[in-house]
Design a protein around this ligand. Structure first.
Ligand SMILES: NC(=O)CC[C@H](N)C(=O)O
Length: 378
């Protein structure tokens, strides 16, 4: 079925919908991973973003039950050169088109994804509409231009939990409550206890925190500090998530207080919020970093890591002399991580949990555990 992708700047591409009739809108970005489409689709940080995969054949290993990063798909649409309709893999339970259809997500194929990617690289990520409706490209361009911009978008409420929960190894389980106070999981006295702020967390982060033998209690973005104090955790973790970090003023104010009280670590949106809470500012990157082969230098070990990345914003902490830059992106020299010079606080912009991607940065979780245990960043 014919479908058109129209961008806000007037550019448009004609292709085919492989998910039937429909319409979807959002910020159009590209991801350079050759695989990992299932993790990308279910990563809540992609909420509101239509992802164009630069690799030309997507879907050939199908969809399985294990590779999910949350319980649903968050991208409004997936854009590919060619979608494989007959997957072949021992773990596959469903084809990519069936999976997208079951979740009501648009799939567009048959466009020149290389031309689209080059366009976004030159002109920056922009709003777009994909539609099978009988509308002219000009009408669709006007619709795309009327969509809300990613800059200034507060999207966390669409993906974050409303209530505290535990992680049982495979999914979230509602926390036992005493009034408005969630309780730590049973028999967790004596273990290292971490409160995880969930702004749209990827499950692999929870899997890897749990693998460090940390007891986890996951809470919503505006979980108040007075309840944190009652729970007396050993540390705080701030998750990834969608949208513009600067809009999350309540979460930022909470983090600012928490930094005075506990060891704090963060990933991606969590890193950005931490940077802003400590006095930095955020800005939008031209087309963002979305892929699984981004080189990062860890200035603590002087090692180079190939990392998984997915972010459209970045933080500037250059005027804060109490923070030390620990990680640098070697593609564009942007900030990838920092630590506090005197307090147990550190974070990274990339995704050490991979899901999808290489495992070079997974030491983050052991480093986080050591910080929670010793009160010092090493
Ligand atoms: N993966 C994330 O946490 C993304 C953070 C933020 N929404 C950004 O695009 O920069």
């Amino acid at each position: 079925m014919k479908a058109i992708l129209a961008l806000e700047d007037g550019t448009w591409f004609a292709g085919q919908s492989f998910t039937g009739p429909g319409e979807a809108g959002g910020e159009v970005i590209f991801n350079t991973g050759m695989s990992g489409y299932q993790e990308i689709l279910t990563d809540p940080s992609y909420y509101g973003q239509m992802v164009c995969m630069t690799y030309p054949l997507i879907g050939n290993y199908g969809v399985n039950l294990e590779d999910v990063e949350s319980s649903r798909i968050h991208c409004p649409a997936l854009i590919v050169k060619e979608c494989c309709k007959e997957p072949s893999n021992w773990r596959s339970k469903e084809s990519l088109p069936d999976y997208l259809k079951r979740h009501g997500i648009m799939g567009l194929e048959g466009i020149d994804t290389r031309a689209l990617t080059r366009h976004l690289r030159i002109h920056g990520a922009m709003r777009g509409i994909i539609s099978t409706a009988d509308l002219t490209p000009e009408e669709l361009v006007a619709k795309a231009a009327a969509l809300p911009s990613m800059e200034g978008a507060n999207l966390v409420d669409f993906v974050a939990p409303k209530e505290p929960y535990y992680w049982d190894g495979t999914g979230p389980v509602p926390a036992t409550m005493d009034g408005d106070l969630p309780l730590w999981p049973e028999n967790s006295e004596g273990s290292l206890r971490v409160i995880v702020y969930d702004y749209g967390i990827k499950w692999n982060i929870l899997r890897l925190l749990a693998a460090e033998n940390l007891t986890i209690l996951v809470v919503p973005p505006t979980f108040p500090v007075h309840l944190v104090k009652k729970l007396a955790p050993n540390g705080i973790f701030l998750s990834n998530g969608p949208g513009d970090p600067a809009t999350l003023t309540e979460a930022i104010a909470i983090i600012r207080e928490l930094c005075e009280l506990y060891p704090v670590g963060g990933i991606c949106l969590g890193h950005q919020l931490l940077g802003i809470a400590l006095g930095g500012t955020s800005f939008k990157l031209k087309f963002g970093h979305h892929g699984i082969n981004h080189p990062v230098r860890d200035d603590i070990t002087r090692k180079i890591e190939i990392s998984s990345q997915n972010h459209g914003f970045c933080v500037d902490i250059s005027n804060l002399d109490f923070l030390e830059l620990t990680h640098l992106n070697l593609n564009d020299q942007t900030l990838e991580g920092f630590r506090h010079k005197t307090k147990p606080i550190f974070s990274v912009q990339h995704h050490p949990e991979a899901g999808p991607g290489p495992h070079d940065s997974q030491y983050f979780f052991a480093r986080f555990r050591r910080m929670v245990e010793t009160g010092q960043v090493q």
